[in-house]
Design a protein around this ligand. Structure first.
Ligand code: HPA
Length: 270
């Protein structure tokens, strides 16, 4: 795997003028955050050697290099979901490349269903932990010690200091943020009411179909992680209604501005 990561990284290095400090994965409906980037360069995934190609609706499939706030960043507009059929190595491959590019800080965003009864549709949640419900683990198989340790610690996968700073920033900007545990599931079905209840009982505040694999791989390589989730629907008894990808995209889009402001202010505070 090392060689394929190196090949992709070297290709990107020939295109960009400087090394990004931060990587951002833009979740479903949150691609508009890219509009806030002063773009230096966009590269389609299909031009990058070894990159899988994004297929799902609402995802564009390109890397965007440029300034967000005062930081030079690379943003992934469109991620690779396990439910699309990619294996875990493909899902997490871009994170490997980001690290090899020299990036040590990653912001991972997503849309998710809230199972905490105190949550409302449109809430922003700072992810403070996760539960991995995916049927496959991205680190299963031989471990390359050049990438990370065989048995990575996960006691603080989501950086506590960044969560605290993000909360302060949200308060200053005048909006509420929630904090909680993200349950990562394979999808592509949304949950049955019994499943939502099960994830709540297991300790989750929100459930979604991404993020966990990328964060595991980021932590394998000792990257600092901030996770942000937009609550696009509620898996709470009495509040469960029919949910669609279109609705998820619509709500995420409405929360985009809040998320953009938070991320920009956070980047400027670092
Ligand atoms: N479940 C799983 N994934 C999701 C949901 C949900 O309710 N909403 C957005 N992504």
């Amino acid at each position: 795997m090392w060689q394929t990561i190196e090949e992709s990284t070297n290709f990107l290095r020939t295109k960009i003028s400087k090394q990004p400090e931060v990587a951002i994965i833009l979740g479903t409906g949150l691609g508009g955050l890219a509009n806030e980037i002063k773009v230096e360069l966009k590269i389609s995934y299909n031009k990058i050697p070894n990159f899988p190609v994004s297929t799902v609706e609402g995802h564009k499939g390109e890397l965007i290099f440029g300034y967000l706030g005062n930081k030079y960043v690379v943003a992934m507009q469109g991620r690779f979901h396990y439910y699309e059929g990619y294996n875990m190595q493909e899902v997490t491959f871009p994170v490997r490349v980001f690290k090899m590019l020299g990036i040590n800080f990653i912001i991972v965003s997503n849309a998710s269903g809230g199972v905490n009864p105190n949550f409302e549709i449109g809430d922003l949640m700072l992810i403070n932990d996760h539960i991995n419900f995916f049927p496959e683990h991205p680190l299963r198989g031989p471990n390359d010690a050049k990438l990370g340790t065989r048995f990575p610690d996960m006691s603080e996968a989501y950086d506590k200091k960044l969560i605290a700073t993000s909360k302060e920033i949200a308060q200053k900007l005048g909006f509420e943020v929630q904090e909680g545990v993200y349950a990562g599931v394979s999808g592509p079905t949304f949950e049955t009411p019994a499943e939502y209840k099960y994830y709540r009982t297991a300790g989750a505040d929100a459930v979604g179909m991404s993020t966990v694999p990328e964060v595991i791989v980021a932590r394998h390589m000792n990257m600092t992680v901030l996770g942000l989730s937009v609550i696009t629907d509620l898996g709470v008894p009495g509040k469960i209604v029919e949910v669609s990808h279109e609705e998820v995209q619509k709500v995420a889009k409405q929360a985009e501005l809040k998320m953009a402001k938070l991320v920009i202010n956070l980047l400027e505070s670092l």
